[in-house]
Design a protein around this ligand. Structure first.
Ligand code: CP
Length: 307
């Protein structure tokens, strides 16, 4: 059975196919309105979420299916110390596909080994967030029309930010991508991301602490929030919370066709004046997330012969 636990579970060809499907859904919504009639999606969220959970549920509803699930561990039997393995054994009796978010890295992989139905990782700790990455790739493709020949700035908490880790892994597979990693030294991308993905794929990358210096060369600027929930202490978080704040003034020297992205939620790392800049695409990214999750539900159900 095929699950979606990491971006690397998908080949480049499969990613292209899913992006084409998402674009077709955007252009022909009626064609897909009943494709999942009678099917159920379970959303098991052991960690908070607005976009991922609700977009999954909206996606299944727009495909004609239904959604069930829980939005916090405390409202499930996890609060009675039921294991993830048992929870998945049970829920996979009720649903045709499961989207799961968990604070423990690797928990969706463990869950998938006990599931009767496809499991989608909706974010596991600081590790991976493949459906956000597919959303990000759809946004890049719709804005740039390509995945090659791009200078991609990733800014903020590159240590704990799982969306950044997933996006680097995915974009390493395209040609002539240059990464600019913008973060405080203490929140730099983990060593395994550099050795196993950037170095391994001979990717060009630089690390810097100055957003202003690198701004003119960027095609994409991917902002991220400092991940407060992953710090050991509030004092540590407070040291970095204002490290990078994008405002209109900092965009003066940016390319006219820069694409500004953010997986959201934002705290203060993009000021609201940037929202009106035509280069700000983070709310389009949110909408793309729903269409991408529609495409992923269809794809995984088709792979299992359920559709
Ligand atoms: N981007 C993202 O994962 O947002 P949520 O935490 O609200 O799901």
């Amino acid at each position: 059975m095929r699950h979606l636990l990491d971006t690397t579970d998908l080949t480049v060809q499969e990613i292209s196919g899913i992006i084409n499907l998402a674009n077709d859904i955007i252009d022909n919504k009626e064609k897909y309105a009943h494709i999942c009639d009678g099917k159920k999606l379970a959303t098991l969220f052991f960690e908070p979420s607005t976009r991922t959970r609700l977009s999954f549920e909206a996606a299944m509803m727009e495909l004609g299916g239904k959604a069930l699930g829980f939005s916090e561990a405390n409202s499930s039997s996890a609060s009675k110390r039921e294991t993830v393995e048992d929870t998945i054994r049970v829920v996979s009796c009720y649903a045709d596909i499961i989207a799961m978010r968990h604070p423990v890295e690797g928990a969706p992989r463990v869950a998938s080994s006990k599931s009767r139905v496809p499991v989608i990782n909706a974010g596991d700790g600081g590790h991976s967030h493949p459906t956000q990455t597919m959303t990000d790739l759809l946004t890049v493709f719709r804005e740039k029309g390509r995945f090659d020949n791009l200078t991609v700035g990733l800014c903020g908490d590159l240590k704990f930010g799982r969306t950044v880790h997933s996006l680097i892994k995915a974009m390493c597979r395209y040609n002539n991508i240059r990464f600019v990693l913008i973060s405080p030294k203490e929140l730099a991308a983990p060593d395994y991301i550099k050795t196993d993905y950037l170095d391994e794929n001979l990717m060009e990358y630089t690390e810097t602490q100055s957003m202003e210096q690198v701004m003119p060369g960027l095609d994409i600027l991917y902002m991220t929030r400092i991940q407060r929930e992953r710090f050991f202490s509030e004092d540590e978080y407070l040291k970095y919370k204002d490290a990078f704040i994008l405002n209109s003034e900092k965009l003066i020297n940016a390319k006219p066709d820069l694409t500004i992205m953010h997986p959201l939620p934002r705290v203060n790392e993009i000021t609201v004046d940037v929202d009106n800049d035509p280069r700000a695409k983070y709310f389009e990214q949110v909408l793309n997330g729903k269409y991408m999750r529609m495409a992923l539900i269809i794809t995984l159900l088709r792979w299992e012969g359920i559709l």
